[in-house]
Ligand binder design. Structure first.
Ligand SMILES: *Cc1c(COP(=O)(O)O)cnc(C)c1O
Length: 231
């Protein structure tokens, strides 16, 4: 996709986030937009950087490592967010690469991160709010106890909760998922809520999201990126 097009799409997403924040009486500055660049090439990331984006999400350690290396010194310092399932044998590599790990989906993974951490690693606990078998994350009923235990690990700075809502035609249908995550966050006394993607980020912002993870609305279809070979 052309750089101009990425800039224009980014402006639309930012305006929609600001409007959704306003509807909910929130300060738009409390919401960080993360551009999800999985499958997309470094040119797309550089174009988004040119348009002012500084936060990027990737779902695989190796793919992210290649992009971070390729962009080194070519773009202003960016923050990298891991948003996909992390295998325990890649925890050490992930710590070295990412600023925030959104997808800590078990106590065991948190313990592995803690064992490798040289300073506190910022993480979010992923919650499977909808209970779909295909999704990662801890069950809502376990959040309070797990958050309390991993929050005490010296190598972990637990900042919030993350969820991936079910994919539905009408974003209104997933509002209860976001409300549930917010209530769990409040009970656990945490700060951040990582929720909202291309199809549902406005509803997520209305429900309190502080970290929205938007891919297609900024960078276009991932299939097109793969076919064009720029991933
Ligand atoms: C791919 C992905 C996104 C971005 O999805 P879009 O629908 O392209 O906005 C967000 N979060 C996670 C966890 C993802 O895997």
């Amino acid at each position: 996709m052309l750089a101009d097009e990425i800039g224009a799409r980014l402006a639309v997403v930012r305006a929609r986030i600001a409007a959704a924040a306003e509807r909910a009486g929130r300060d738009p500055n409390d919401i960080t937009l993360i551009g999800v660049t999985k499958t997309h090439g470094v040119d797309a990331i550089a174009a988004a950087c040119d348009a002012g984006l500084r936060d990027f999400g990737e779902n695989r350690v190796q793919e992210a490592a290649q992009k971070v290396a390729a962009l080194h010194g070519k773009v202003p310092a960016a923050r990298w967010h891991l948003i996909g399932h992390l295998q325990r044998n890649k925890a050490a590599a992930a710590i070295g690469l990412f600023d925030i790990l959104h997808s800590v989906d078990s106590e065991r993974l948190a313990e592995t991160i803690d064992a490798h951490a040289e300073r506190p690693v910022r993480v979010l606990l992923e919650v499977n709010v909808s209970g779909e078998a295909s999704k990662f994350g801890v069950p809502p009923a376990d959040v309070a106890a797990i958050a309390e235990r991993i929050g005490r690990l010296p190598g972990i700075e637990l900042v919030g909760l993350m969820t991936v809502a079910p994919s539905v035609a009408d974003a209104e249908a997933v509002r209860p998922v976001f409300q549930t995550l917010r209530e769990l966050r409040d009970t656990a006394g945490l700060r951040d809520l990582s929720m909202g993607m291309t199809d549902d980020y406005e509803v997520a912002v209305e429900e309190g999201s502080t970290l929205v993870r938007v891919g297609r609305a900024i960078f276009g279809s991932r299939e097109a990126a793969r076919t064009a070979g720029d991933g």
